[in-house]
Ligand binder design. Structure first.
Ligand code: DHB
Ligand code: FE
Length: 281
């Protein structure tokens, strides 16, 4: 049987990837952020999963605004890195896991989540930056195959936080019903508080972020109970990306162990955080 062994939540700020690609991680601006990643990275390097399920959002790079699925699962054998306008990042393309992905789609649809199936998908910074946070020097290939789960957090109406948490629980059931013995890591990405445009551009809400970082472990239901309007009001129009963390949380057990955490402001215009959890009480 497949099992969820650990879960990672992390911001996906594009300039975190650019800092790594340009070898700027020791610059005074970036060093504190990357120093904060070190304990989590060391632990993850010793716990390589068989498959990563990575929950993220596309930013109108691969999925045009003409047709935006609420939830999509990537079932392809591989996913090219998207060119977001200044060339593709110098990181490996992503290898998929079509057999597990097809099982996830079937199980989720049977569980009444009407999933869009992505047989072809390019992956933008929402997916590649979390992979770089996990594994800074992948060489020719990432350490494990990746199944992308894409969530609409950029166009109203985004799914509710409660729906994301429920999807996570269904995802956990889907993983545990896969017959092959696979160790699965689940990544919930995006956030934390940030707003990139409009009157409130630059918004950071450390109090809300710290509350969210604490409750994602011990009281995720209270985070699932917040409306999308509360997420946008408290965390900014892009801070609502945090609802994707609840999908990861739902896939894990009720009791989990926090291995590492870091919170840093600013990374670009964004409050950046990482939290790493092992799936055991
Ligand atoms: C930034 C943050 C994001 O989440 C994103 O998708 C793009 C840019 C930023 O802070 O620069
Ligand atoms: Fe984003």
């Amino acid at each position: 049987m497949a099992e969820v062994t650990w879960g990672l939540t992390t911001s996906h700020v594009p300039s975190i990837g650019a800092a790594m690609d340009r070898e700027r991680t020791e610059d005074p601006y970036w060093k504190p952020l990357f120093d904060g990643y070190r304990p989590a990275r060391e632990w993850m390097a010793e716990h390589t999963p068989d498959v990563i399920i990575l929950i993220y959002n596309d930013h109108a790079n691969a999925i045009p605004l003409a047709m935006v699925p609420t939830f999509a699962v990537g079932t392809a054998a591989g996913f090219h890195v998207a060119d977001e306008g200044w060339g593709t990042r110098p990181v490996p393309d992503v290898i998929g896991h079509p057999a597990l992905a097809a099982h996830l789609v079937e199980s989720l649809v049977d569980d009444e989540f009407d999933i869009t199936v992505a047989h072809q998908l390019e992956v933008d910074h929402g997916l590649t930056v979390p992979l770089s946070v996990y594994c800074p020097a992948p060489g020719d290939a990432w350490p494990a195959p990746v199944i992308p789960i894409v969530v609409n957090v950029i166009q109203y109406p985004q799914p509710t936080a409660a729906r994301c948490y429920a999807l996570g629980k269904a995802l956990g059931r889907a993983i545990r019903s896969y017959p092959e013995d696979l160790k699965v890591a689940v990544f919930g990405t995006g956030g934390m508080s940030h707003q990139l445009a409009g009157e409130r551009a630059g918004l950071i809400n450390e109090e809300f972020d710290r509350m969210f970082l604490a409750k994602i472990q011990d009281d995720p239901q209270s985070l699932a109970d917040l409306s999308r309007e509360e997420y946008v009001r408290e965390a900014g129009s892009e801070g609502i990306e945090m609802i994707m963390w609840l999908i990861m949380r739902g896939a894990m057990d009720d009791e989990i162990t926090r291995i590492a955490e870091t919170y840093h402001v600013p990374a670009s215009n964004t409050a950046a955080a990482l939290a790493l959890f092992e799936n055991r009480a």
